[in-house]
Design a protein around this ligand. Structure first.
Ligand code: ASP
Length: 345
């Protein structure tokens, strides 16, 4: 259901979804909103206003960075009262990072912010973009019987699933079904009907939007692998100016039993670097107390990222470090959910 107060702002940042084949040259080109309306005439028949803003020029999502996130937050802040929901068209490659970052930057969000994209350009006959766009708009406009938004948080819609943004990962470079949320249930499933699961939605405690713009990018992801060498680990942990590091470990948070690895983490932790343990597995949770190979990491000052995605842990670290918290405060906050990004029993 939606009512007469429904209005959607489409924020077009770029990516495959926004490409249209030039009939003369056959090349793929970025579209503007008028071209989009030509290819998706259904937009006019929705019965509520849709306006758009676009990045100039639109960008491949490999070029997305914290400035682009700030730009999106600014657009949402400036238009928050005028629109009942927001749909962001975005390249799929880094969509999970953007969705995670926005979930932290838009504190107190009570309206839908739905990110979507496609694997085939909207100008192609078999495009998945049209379906993803129309369903995202429908979701962003959906209200409950009291006129409140069905989905009051940052999420990703892809193929037929609506997922919490900071729980998603791109898992396929080719299939239409390109995103997954392994550690959190879907917020909605779209078939003939869109079936919502409102009880899984995050509800902000703060009652007004508090946009955040500070992010600290002095962070790094280190993926462990059998055979990783001491000099590589030492070089990385000793990088001057490094403030936070996501350590992608094996299984339930385990690492090689090497004293030099523990020493490097201890040294960095003492210097104030926040080291967060996330698993390389797509699903499941870090539990460093399970095996000795994990336990050694607790002793070195590493904190658990629980069942966080790497994308979410990284952007959360940028967000917390950007707010000037002490390393101890950042460690503490990493272990607690801010917007439903981790589950702790
Ligand atoms: N390279 C594109 C992007 O992420 C891929 C896509 O949109 O699916 O911008």
């Amino acid at each position: 259901m939606n009512n007469k107060n429904t209005s959607i702002l489409l924020i077009y940042t770029g990516g495959t979804i926004g490409m249209i084949e030039n009939v003369q040259t056959g090349a793929l080109e970025n579209f503007n909103f008028e071209q989009l309306q030509k290819h998706v005439p259904e937009l006019k028949s929705l019965g509520f206003p849709i306006e758009s803003v676009q990045f100039e020029p639109p960008i491949d999502s490999s070029d997305i960075n914290p400035d682009a996130w700030r730009k999106i937050v600014r657009i949402i802040e400036e238009n928050y009262e005028r629109f009942s929901g927001f749909v962001i068209l975005h390249g799929t490659d880094t969509m999970a990072y953007t969705a995670s970052a926005l979930s932290f930057m838009l504190e107190g969000l009570r309206k839908p912010v739905v990110l979507t994209g496609s694997q085939l350009p909207i100008g192609k006959v078999r495009t998945d973009g049209k379906e993803n766009l129309m369903t995202s708009i429908e979701i962003a406009s959906a209200q409950d019987e009291n006129g409140n938004p069905m989905i009051p948080e940052v999420c990703v819609f892809f193929e037929s699933h609506l997922m919490r943004g900071n729980r998603t990962t791109k898992i396929n470079a080719e299939n239409f079904n390109a995103f997954r949320s392994y550690n959190y249930p879907f917020l909605a499933e779209a078939g003939i009907h869109i079936r919502y699961s409102p009880h899984y939605c995050h509800r902000a405690v703060v009652t007004h939007l508090v946009p955040h713009y500070y992010l600290d990018t002095n962070v790094l992801i280190l993926k462990l692998f059998p055979g990783i060498q001491k000099y590589v680990v030492d070089t990385i942990f000793d990088i001057p100016g490094l403030k936070g590091l996501i350590l992608e470990t094996f299984g339930s948070g385990n690492a090689p039993h090497e004293s030099w690895l523990v020493d490097a983490i201890c040294r960095a932790s003492k210097r104030g670097v926040v080291v967060v343990n996330v698993t390389q597995c797509l699903g499941g949770c870090v539990d460093m107390s399970k095996y000795e190979t994990g336990f050694q990491l607790i002793q070195s000052g590493c904190v658990s990222g629980y069942d966080s995605t790497t994308e979410s842990a990284l952007t959360k670290l940028m967000f917390l470090l950007g707010h000037g918290y002490s390393p101890e405060e950042v460690r503490e906050k990493m272990m607690h959910s801010i917007v439903g990004e981790i589950t702790r029993e």
